[in-house]
Write a protein that binds this ligand. Structure first.
Ligand SMILES: C[S@@+](CC[C@H](N)C(=O)[O-])C[C@H]1O[C@@H](n2cnc3c(N)ncnc32)[C@H](O)[C@@H]1O
Length: 329
C-alpha cells in the first residue's frame, strides 16, 4: 500500500514547475545539442553568456532527469537526452521562443481560464495568439513548422480515407501552410484548391514546391469574412477546436453561406466521442478558449446554419471527417 508520504511526493513531483521549466530552458539554450560533446558548466556559461553557478544548478537537475550525465570533464547528453536535440516536434514545442513554447507559458493563467472560460493567452501576452503570430514572423514560422511536424505522418491517411475526387474545387478554410491541401491535390490531379488563411506566405511556398501553383489560389483573409462562393467543398482541418462556440458557429456559417445549396462543408478534427485528450483540451482552453467537441456538439453548432451531417469517417486514430450538406427545406 502507498504511504501518504509517497502520495505527497508524487503529487509534488507532478505539480512542481522546476522540471518542465528546466527542460524548456535546456532546449532553448540548445544544451542537449551542445553537450553531445562534454563540457563543464564554466565553459558552457562563457559560450552561452549565462551565469555559471546558475547553469551548474540547471545541469545538475537535468542530470537527475537522465537528460545529461556527469563525466570527468563536466556534463554530456545521454541517449535519452538526444531526443531533445535537433529540430523535431518536441523541441518546437519546448523552445521558449516558438509559438508552441510561448503558448504553453500561458498555463500560469489557467485559474483565469477556469474562472471565466476565456483564453489565458491574451491575459499573459496582451494580445491573442493569432495576432501575436502576425506580429512576430519567427513565431508564425515556428507555428507553421509545428503544424507540418504534427500532421506529416497522418497525411497519407487523410488523403486515402476519403474520396476527394468527388469535388472539382475545394476551399481550404484556415489552410495554414498548405501541406494538407497539397497532399490532397497531389493525389487528385483534377481537383483545384483555394486556400484562405490570415497568413498566405507559407502556403504559396508549399504549392510552388509541389508544382501546384497552377491548380491553386491563395488568399490572405479571415474566415469570419465572406468566403469565395460556389466551390464544391469547404474544408476545415483542426480549426473549430481553436474557437469558443460563438466563433466556431460563425466560421461554419461562413462556410455554409459560401457553399450554397449544393456545396459540402468538411470538418476534419478530433471528435471527443472517440476519447478525450485532457491535456490538449486544457491547451485549447488556455490558448483559445477552444476544446475538442463531441459529434452532437458539432452538429448542434452546424444546424442553425442549415448544415446537416451526411457522414462521419474516421481518417486516423486522432482525426475524423464530418461531411455536412445543406439540410433540405
Ligand atoms: C491549427 S492551424 C490549422 C492549419 C491547417 N488547417 C492545417 O491543418 O494544417 C489553424 C489555422 O487557422 C488560421 N486562422 C486563425 N484565425 C484565422 C482567421 N480569422 N481567418 C483565417 N484563418 C485563420 C491560422 O493562421 C492557422 O493557420
Amino acid at each position: 500500500m502507498r504511504s501518504t508520504d509517497d502520495d505527497t511526493s508524487s503529487l509534488l513531483r507532478l505539480a512542481g514547475l522546476a522540471t518542465p521549466m528546466a527542460l524548456r530552458v535546456a532546449v532553448t539554450l540548445g544544451l542537449p545539442n551542445r553537450l553531445r560533446h562534454a563540457a563543464s558548466a564554466d565553459v558552457l556559461a562563457e559560450e552561452l553568456h549565462v551565469n555559471a553557478v546558475a547553469l551548474g544548478l540547471l545541469l545538475e537537475h537535468l542530470a537527475t532527469l537522465g537528460v545529461v550525465e556527469r563525466v570527468d570533464d563536466g556534463f554530456r547528453t545521454t541517449t535519452y537526452g538526444t531526443n531533445l536535440c535537433d529540430d523535431t516536434l518536441i523541441t518546437t514545442l519546448l523552445h521558449l521562443d516558438t509559438a508552441g513554447g510561448r503558448a504553453e507559458l500561458a498555463f500560469v493563467e489557467l485559474a483565469h481560464s477556469i474562472a471565466t472560460g476565456e483564453a489565458a493567452y491574451p491575459r499573459r501576452y496582451g494580445t491573442d495568439f493569432w495576432a501575436d503570430l502576425a506580429e512576430h514572423p519567427h513565431l508564425r514560422e515556428s507555428f507553421d513548422r509545428q503544424m507540418s511536424l504534427r500532421i506529416r505522418a497522418q497525411l497519407p491517411h487523410l488523403v486515402a480515407g476519403f474520396d476527394w475526387s468527388r469535388f472539382a474545387s475545394l476551399v481550404d478554410v484556415g489552410g495554414g501552410n498548405g501541406e494538407v491541401l497539397a497532399a490532397i491535390l497531389a493525389a487528385h490531379p483534377r481537383v483545384s484548391g483555394h486556400l484562405i488563411d490570415l497568413d498566405s506566405a507559407a502556403a504559396r511556398t508549399t504549392f510552388r514546391a509541389h508544382d501546384l501553383a497552377e491548380r491553386t489560389q491563395v488568399t490572405a483573409g479571415s474566415f469570419f469574412d465572406p468566403l469565395p462562393p460556389g466551390a464544391d467543398a469547404y474544408l476545415l482541418v483542426d480549426i473549430l477546436h481553436n474557437w469558443a462556440d460563438e466563433h466556431a458557429a460563425r466560421i461554419l456559417a461562413r462556410c455554409a453561406e459560401a457553399a450554397g445549396p449544393t456545396g459540402r462543408v468538411l470538418v476534419v478534427e478530433h471528435v471527443a466521442d472517440r476519447g478525450t485528450n485532457t491535456e490538449i483540451n486544457l491547451s485549447m482552453l488556455t490558448m483559445f478558449s477552444g476544446r475538442d467537441r463531441r459529434l452532437a456538439e458539432l452538429q448542434a453548432l452546424a444546424a442553425p446554419h442549415g448544415l446537416a451531417l451526411d457522414r462521419a469517417v474516421d481518417l486516423t486514430a486522432e482525426r475524423s471527417l464530418l461531411e455536412f450538406r445543406r439540410a433540405a427545406g
